[in-house]
Design a protein around this ligand. Sequence first.
Ligand code: GA4
Length: 347
Amino acid sequence: MVVATPTPLLRRGKKKTAAFGVPTIDLSDDKSIASEMIVKACEDYGFFKVVNHGVPKKVIARMEREAVDFFSRPVSEKGRAGPAAPFGYGSKSIGFNGDKGDLEYILLEANPLSLSQRAKNFSNDPSTFSLVTNDYVSAVRKLSCDILELVAEGLWIEDNSIFSKLISNSHNDSCFRVNHYPPFIAPNSNHNRDDDEDELNNNHWDLSPNPSKSRVGFGEHTDPQILTILRSNDVSGLQIYTHDGFWIPVPPDPNEFFVFVGDSFQALTNGRFTSVRHRVESINSWTSRMSMMYFAAPALDAWISAPPQINNIITTNIYRPFKWGDFKQIVYSLRLADSRLDYFKNH
Ligand code: GA4
């Protein structure tokens, strides 16, 4: 029996905190219930957490260690792996159109050949780096496929590989990103270390709007791909935007994965699912946040178009069919926060 175990989320308000639940899906539970719950979470939030996901702790820990080692290198050394165009090492600049964030990152193509070619830029032991990254990417790709199969089942689509085959295709264009947000202590804040730790542990944040107390780590956006699988360390900062118009902080959980519906999944479901807007806003923290994301994408020449079996209340096709490669081109011509799917709407 699957029980939704909501993790408390806090709604922003004037010093008020209200508990919400991140929909949590236990993948070790009954398939039919898990699939129904995933579909509901994709419809209601475009976002959920998975537990009992099957990714070995060791695979996660080794990937984290490689990333920590890289980010601890001197700036001049890291710089040699950049600039991210879009792949490589990036610092503060996101994309090509002037978006900025207070972070540094690694962005890689999630395929073995590209990973092994780039590994020498990220480690003095490139073969270990590419082995560890490949293991991580393979594990989260498998998790993405499992989730996409459950979605197809939850939507009562006979071919349960209808979505997963898009990303298991050998030419898939998936990518892998590790973001590192340095520690942030707001200038002139009266915070001392104990207060901060208290605040983070209790999840009782001072949520009154005060820009001097926070900083943009990664500005608001939706992910263009089908699904995103995120894992972070224990430092908060992620917020999601709900359908009823609230930014809600998501408590970090280093042992589990968070799943985001991307723009392409919105198109594949004819708007039955909507991609979730999210951002990273760093609050006072003495430790840095590190998150790793696997962005599950189809091949560049794959068509994105909703199969007729999608039962949506909207029966006309909201979007015209497009190739992932063409969509990606539009994505990179726009700003981070832009709604790119609008360019593919049927009029
Ligand atoms: C957001 C999701 C992924 O991180 C990413 C980002 C990409 C990049 O950093 O190169 C983009 C951004 C992301 C969407 C709009 C464009 C492209 C930066 C940017 C301004 C790797 C992706 O696929 O799209």
